[in-house]
Design a protein around this ligand. Structure first.
Ligand code: SF4
Length: 333
């Protein structure tokens, strides 16, 4: 994916949660790369491990969660850091968060404090990472509010979060995330709670930010349709694993994994334009506590064969740059 050196390389990542009820294998062997200034869409139903993967990249896995295995290599200008080896509360990861990697969430109030003015919160984020005095940071905060499309940014600087609409709060959270010009912005379902029009505006905004700030984006969503207009590359996650990985056009024109095909059939707009029948995928994602043999999608797959229940398919290249973990695209084992 991408041409030059990577920004993030995730290799063999496993994140498990050790609870009284057993071990939940939330992320169970995941590999992907994010190149500078590219957008990676991470797609799958809830419970497939997307958000836990994102939190691992931010160095935010806390007990009972544990990184069991793997590496998350962040390529800085002068060195490579393995985020899995850093203390989640230590100085080094705190410096990386914000200055190199920032995250936005579905619910802006996760990041915004209800009792402080929007502008002050952005100023504090800028000051935290140094390099500017307070009055300079104040002007920079107004510039950022303007850059994310908040009208009358000087007046809006004074607003409290509850005085803004949901879409404006989302923009303010994006402004705060962009305040230190991170090289990677992780967006975890940022448009899910918004209506379709505002959703489209936020996606346009993120595309513009990527262009203007040269930021790479890891965009997490359960809705494959959302990333059609913004991702360069896509990984599809199911039950803690990547089941398909390809450039975005390939995913939409030639989806190979039955799960990806099921996600495609459940996108309302594509069903309308393609005159296809809108159809949800039968069944549910297996519990991360369940230790199922064979392909984890087999109970929901209309193509399941005997081999699928006995062996787990590996993620292998099915076409140049396009990988799928499915025996339909692999020589019989
Ligand atoms: Fe379906 Fe078998 Fe492919 Fe799994 S490996 S997705 S069960 S055909």
């Amino acid at each position: 994916m991408g041409d030059g050196a990577p920004l993030i390389e995730v290799k063999g990542l496993k994140v498990h949660f050790h609870t009284e009820d057993g071990v939940a294998r939330a992320v169970d062997g995941v590999d992907f790369t994010i190149a500078p200034e590219r957008t990676l869409g991470v797609v799958g139903e809830s419970g497939c491990g997307k958000s836990v993967t994102a939190r691992a990249v931010m160095g935010l896995i806390e007990p009972p969660g544990r990184i069991e295995q793997g590496e998350i290599l962040l390529h800085l200008r002068d060195k490579v850091v393995d985020i899995c080896r850093l203390d989640p509360r230590g100085r080094e990861i705190r410096d990386i968060r914000g200055s190199e990697i920032a995250m936005i969430f579905q619910e802006p109030m996760t990041s915004l404090n209800p009792v402080f003015r929007i502008g002050d919160q952005i100023v504090e984020a800028i000051l935290l990472h140094g390099g500017m005095g307070r009055s300079q940071a104040h002007e920079r905060a107004i510039e950022l509010l303007d850059a994310v499309g908040i009208p009358m940014p000087r007046q809006r600087f004074e607003s409290f979060p509850h005085q803004l609409s949901g879409g404006m709060r989302q923009r303010a959270m994006i402004a705060m995330a962009m305040s230190c010009n991170p090289r990677l912005l992780i967006a975890d379902e940022p448009t899910t709670a918004l209506d379709v029009t505002i959703q489209a505006q936020v996606i346009d905004l993120m595309n513009a930010l990527r262009r203007d700030f040269n930021t790479a984006i890891m965009f997490i969503t359960h809705d494959l349709g959302v990333i059609a207009g913004m991702a360069d590359d896509v990984v599809v996650m199911y039950s803690g694993k990547i089941v398909e990985s390809a450039p975005v056009r390939e995913i939409f024109h030639n989806p190979k994994h039955p799960y990806t095909q099921g996600l495609m059939n459940s996108i309302p707009s594509l069903a309308v334009w393609g005159a296809r029948r809108l159809k949800a995928i039968d069944g549910v994602v297996p519990s991360p506590f369940a230790h199922q043999q064979g392909c984890r999608f087999a109970p929901r797959c209309s193509h399941a064969m005997e081999v699928c229940r006995a062996r787990s398919p590996e993620l292998l290249e099915a076409a140049p740059g396009h990988s799928a973990a499915c025996f339909l695209h692999q020589a019989a084992p």
